[in-house]
Design a binder for this molecule. Structure first.
Ligand code: ZN
Length: 184
């Protein structure tokens, strides 16, 4: 197979793998979208902002280890150790309390690999869009503002790898904050 055909096949295989792994899950937002919509949005953000195939593939798989039964070993077997390592970098340690996990994301962001930075930045863009368009039920205004502020602090440590993605985050962050401010 030609190189681009091989990576296209792997990208589609990763999308199918992620769709099956997250089949029973929906997004937290009140629209209750299928979870795979988030993964496809992240992959699209990466692809349209010039990220390499490894980042797009890891983007599709980035929530599998955190949110499903899929293990790092399984990812390594299916997609190779490079992809598995990027996904692991984008995975929070579920043994830690939520507030510690959130603080760690801010602290650890600058030390992530270039591909993990791209994936995490696209993930934050997708999550900010969701907070603006279809916020999780039960999240009041203050909680949404706090979330957007935290996402901005994580993103500060992820920037510098992919200027187009950095600009997309910045635009999304401003639009989301403006929308929340207008709600008050
Ligand atoms: Zn995600």
């Amino acid at each position: 197979m030609e190189a681009h055909t091989a990576s296209l096949a792997t990208i589609i295989r990763a999308a199918h793998f992620a769709a099956r792994a997250h089949a029973a899950q929906r997004r937290k937002g009140e629209a209750g979208e299928p979870y795979v919509n988030h993964l496809l949005e992240v992959a699209e953000l990466l692809a349209t902002h010039g990220a390499p195939p490894e980042a797009i593939i890891a983007g599709l798989l980035h929530d599998t280890v955190e949110d499903t039964e899929v293990t790092e070993a399984e990812l390594a077997r299916e997609f190779g150790p490079v992809i598995a390592a990027i996904v692991l970098e984008a995975t929070d340690d579920q043994a830690l309390p939520k507030e510690i996990r959130k603080a760690n994301q801010v602290r650890h962001a600058p030390a992530k690999s270039a591909e993990a930075k791209r994936v995490k930045l696209a993930d934050k863009i997708s999550n900010l869009r969701a907070i603006a368009a279809t916020p999780p039920t039960g999240w009041n205004h203050a909680r949404r503002v706090e979330y957007v502020g935290w996402a901005g602090r994580v993103a500060a440590g992820l920037k510098g790898v992919n200027p187009a993605l950095d600009a997309a985050f910045e635009a999304t962050y401003r639009a989301t904050m403006a929308r929340l401010a207008a709600e008050e």
